[in-house]
Design a protein around this ligand. Sequence first.
Ligand code: FES
Length: 112
Amino acid sequence: MKWYKALGIIDIDSTFIKKVKAGSKSICLVGFEGKLYAVSAKCPHAGADLSEGLCVRKLIVCPYHRYTYDLETGKGGEGQNDFIETYPVEIREDGVYIGVNSIWDKLRLGFK
Ligand code: FES
């Protein structure tokens, strides 16, 4: 797993949704009730930018058709049968980091 520093995160205790880059991935970083969540920024339904959506309880709501996704598990709401990718987040002395598995990491994990 490779860790990428999320740039432009100032107040991690506030509620926010921000699109950040982690390598080649666009990630939606969400601050909600003192916790940070990192999920895929692209909605699997029709490709909307989830960073333009809303955060309600522990769900991110897509701005296009209001599909919802759990910020911890990535699981779509009832009846959606879809999910978004989730990523680990670490708060270090020098900032916020997001962990991203490469395709090789995923293959290796798949064989464990
Ligand atoms: S594009 Fe996200 S719900 Fe349709």
